[in-house]
Write a protein that binds this ligand. Structure first.
Ligand code: ASP
Ligand code: MG
Length: 447
């Protein structure tokens, strides 16, 4: 069995779903279990409708709902089921107008309709394409706690149900289920949080002991550099879970690695694939470290629009408790710190979220001198083998010849070397580092 997850854009229209059907059919002998997101932007639209209802604008809410109903009709011939779901949904929306309140539990009831519908529609399209598809209501197998809108799965109960229900069906049929949704022990509809379909795919894969979990997206996989900054990056054929997690933290948007933890724990490989170019083999993410041979660096990630804060002790040396006082200020203002470097009298750090920067600055100024630089960027070289490869920092400095590096740190995980440059130098820095580290490529690891 393999799990194949298709996101919102992959099932956004009848044409997109037809492409998905072709992709799944071509892999029928691997016993696919298909997990789908809501079609296109349906989840956002459902939430907008509900918020409009709660705000008291009944007519507008119902007309937006009608648009969404028509969208589903236009892309699918599953007329009766669509109308039934929208009739229920209309009752729910009218209820929200009366209540004037949108509880987390009601939020889940509403947003679950996206995947409830898309999974039925996809099942029907698969049948029309000649596959023997069966629908499994994800709410019957994914059991969660009752923290609505951010529910956590009860893994023991969920795995038990998945194991009991899915493999016997998948032996003879193509199984289709909605991502994102589940239900509490009492049977109330819940959701795993926005973007939760990847998580569902991973939970299902772990629960049924799939041989592989495929996350079908609209990119070819993970690349050696961010294509929005520098073009010409190479596809990474295989990387470790730790590398993928590090890349996501430093800005790569392909997959949120926390969502595939259940799969990695059970040692199930996860593959990122492109539903518009299914012939590309994608990026394989595996549990153990991946030796890049001559390429200790797997990718260069970056984070833009970073603010650097430099804090200098107003005494000669850093007094006892100085660091603690600094971090307490950031903590109090719920501002996460990304990178930190310290010297005898100075602490430099970077933050992403500047919402509370003015208050932070005022408080820090009570015991230190503060200077702030906006429009900085973090560049991060990521690779399992960075820790075992001497001389990487020297190569970085060589490649960055003439470009000012402001802060440099080797991550605690030692999977990355990160530094800060002025935003204006970002493209030049990444291009130059990319030439330095990816001029020759290990063909087993890169394409
Ligand atoms: N449809 C849900 C969302 O938009 C879940 C997902 O797509 O992963 O957040
Ligand atoms: Mg998604």
């Amino acid at each position: 069995m393999i799990v194949m997850k298709f996101g919102g854009t992959s099932v956004e229209s009848a044409a997109a779903i037809a492409r998905v059907a072709g992709i799944v059919q071509a892999r029928a002998e691997r016993h696919p279990v298909v997990v789908v997101s809501a079609m296109g932007k349906t989840t956002n639209r459902l939430l907008e409708i509900a918020n409009t209802a709660v705000a008291g604008d009944r007519d507008k809410a119902l007309s937006l709902l009608e648009n969404l109903r028509q969208f589903h009709h236009q892309e699918s011939s599953l007329t009766a089921a669509i109308d039934e779901h929208f009739a229920e949904l209309a009752e729910l929306i009218k209820g929200l107008v009366v209540m004037g309140e949108f509880t987390p539990r009601a939020t889940d009831a509403v947003s679950a309709y996206g995947e409830r519908l898309s999974s039925l529609i996809v099942t029907e399209e698969f049948r029309k394409a000649g596959m023997d598809a069966v629908h499994v209501d994800a709410r019957k197998v994914i059991v969660t706690d009752n923290r609505h809108t951010q529910a956590a799965p009860n893994f023991i109960e969920t795995y038990k149900r998945l194991e009991g229900v899915v493999p016997p069906l998948a032996a003879k049929h193509v199984v289709v289920m909605g991502g994102f949704i589940g239900s509490t022990a009492e049977g109330i509809t819940s959701t795993l949080g926005r973007g939760g379909s990847d998580f569902t795919a991973s939970i299902v894969g772990a629960g049924i002991g799939a041989e592989e979990i495929q996350i079908w997206t609209d990119v070819d996989g993970m690349l050696t550099c961010d294509p929005r900054i520098v073009e010409g990056g190479h596809r990474i054929r295989v990387c470790s879970f730790a590398e993928a997690a590090e890349l996501a933290y430093f800005g790569a948007k392909v997959l949120h690695p926390a969502t595939v933890v259940p799969a990695i724990e059970k040692n199930i490989p996860v593959r990122i694939l492109n539903s518009r170019r299914p012939e590309v083999e994608g990026t394989l993410i595996v549990a153990e470290a991946v030796n890049g041979g001559a390429n200790p660096v797997k990718s260069i990630a970056c984070k833009q629009n970073i603010t650097a804060v430099s804090i200098t002790s107003t005494r000669m040396l850093m007094a006892h408790g100085f660091l603690r006082r600094i971090f307490e200020v950031f903590d109090r203002h719920e501002t996460a710190v990304d990178m930190v470097t310290t010297s005898e009298v100075n602490v430099s750090l970077t933050i992403d979220n500047t919402r509370h920067l003015a208050s932070i600055q005022t408080e820090l100024a009570q015991f230190s001198e503060v200077s702030i630089e906006e429009n900085q960027a973090i560049v991060s070289l990521v690779g399992d083998n960075i820790r075992h490869t001497p001389g990487i920092a020297a190569r970085v400095f060589g490649a960055m010849n003439g470009i000012n590096i402001r802060m440099i740190s080797q991550g605690a995980s030692r999977l990355n070397i990160s530094f800060v440059v002025d935003g204006a130098d970002l493209t030049r820095s990444v291009a130059s580092l990319h030439t330095e580290f990816f001029s020759t490529l290990d063909p087993a690891v890169f394409d």
